[in-house]
Design a protein around this ligand. Structure first.
Ligand code: ADP
Ligand code: MG
Length: 340
């Protein structure tokens, strides 16, 4: 059955019937002109939005609809984590064609609502509009953070270490593997699956962000890596009017990433610098504070690596290669929707 048989309000009722998680803060959830909720005392509200558009952010024939629903929430949670916040309430806008198949939409919505339950986010409203040519999913996410412990992009200081959670480049390489089946990629199916999963199902670093927020470590700047290390580190450098030096041999890589890059002669530094969609946390911290961080992350489960240091040369990012030679990293190595 196609959506045109069910109609807009039929679909909205279906979404409502499938909700799995309700928050104690909500006074009025889905179904009225607005949702209403009680903010937690002493916290500040933080809000973010991110959209996934067909043929720009995803290909419908490559990503399963459940994963797309999951990812639409996960990328927004990653932004909340980047500020040191906790996600609470979501609004979901679906741009869909009347010809969309209902089984497809059900899977998409279930993927989204499962992710809401997993991360304790209540869907409190949204909009459902016709978009005949391309599907889009736009999520607005409301979260909370301690007023005096908001992590922003501003504040990196020369001498600070540059740190990153997890490993980099997995998602970019996963997308490469997905997008081009021929010539066949060399590598084990297990490694290929790991990388494709990293692309479909990024894990927002909420636990790590919470561990940083609760600690006494001074975090001078932080963001989540969505557009590639080169572009995102440039944001931190511009905001702080500083530069950075990265060490190629310290860029954290997963075993699957190392294996597939080696087997197919791919430049791993290039994938990491310009690849994007890592959804890892990138942050800066004075070295004396940074000593506490690996211990904090033990429980959260993801490793943390120092990949470089902040320098006093505004806007200049250099990469110290494995051979010791320095090259300039250009911000344009990151992703920009409107630049070619
Ligand atoms: P209005 O016309 O007053 O803006 P709508 O008819 O667009 O309201 O939506 C009816 C209700 O359903 C509202 O509470 C809205 O927030 C909710 N809603 C609409 N689309 C979605 C969606 N995709 N996900 C969640 N809630 C939705
Ligand atoms: Mg209304």
């Amino acid at each position: 059955m196609a959506l045109k048989r069910l109609g807009e309000f039929g679909l909205i009722s279906r979404i409502r019937a499938r909700l799995k998680y309700r928050s104690g803060q909500t006074i009025l959830g889905m179904g009225d002109d607005c949702a209403a909720y009680k903010p937690a005392p002493g916290k500040c509200q933080i809000v973010t939005t991110d959209t996934l558009t067909e043929d720009v952010h995803f290909k419908k024939n490559l990503i399963p609809p459940e994963r797309l629903g999951y990812k639409a929430l996960a990328v927004n949670i990653s932004d909340i984590a980047a500020m040191g916040g906790t996600p609470r309430l979501a609004l979901l806008t679906l741009g869909i064609s009347a010809e969309s198949s209902l089984p497809y939409l059900n899977k998409l919505i279930d993927g989204f609502l499962d992710a809401c339950a997993q991360f304790k986010v209540e869907l409190v409203g949204g909009d459902t509009v016709s978009s005949p040519k391309s599907l889009f999913i736009s999520v607005t996410l409301i979260g909370e953070a301690p007023k005096n412990r908001l992590f922003t992009r501003h504040g990196a200081q020369p001498g600070n270490g540059v740190f990153v959670t997890g490993s980099l480049g997995n998602s970019a390489l996963g997308l490469k593997l997905l997008a081009k089946k021929k010539p066949a990629w060399k590598g084990s199916p297990k490694d290929v699956k790991f990388l494709i999963d990293a692309h479909f199902s990024p894990v927002p670093r909420l636990m790590e962000s919470k561990a940083l927020s609760r600690s006494t470590a001074k975090i001078t700047s932080m963001l989540d890596l969505s557009d590639g290390l080169a572009g995102d580190l440039t944001h931190i450098c511009q905001a702080g009017e500083v530069g950075a030096r990265l060490w190629e041999d310290r860029l954290p890589r997963s075993p699957a990433f190392i294996n597939i890059c080696a087997a197919n002669k791919l430049s791993s530094a290039e994938l990491i610098l310009s690849g994007g969609e890592d959804y890892e946390l990138l942050f800066t911290s004075p070295l004396k504070d940074a000593k506490k961080i690996p211990g904090l992350f033990k429980k959260a489960g993801s490793p943390v690596s120092q990949i470089g240091e902040i320098t006093a040369r505004p806007g200049k990012i250099v990469l110290v290669g494995n051979n010791g030679r320095e090259t300039i990293v250009s911000p344009s190595q990151g992703f920009d929707h409107f630049k070619s």
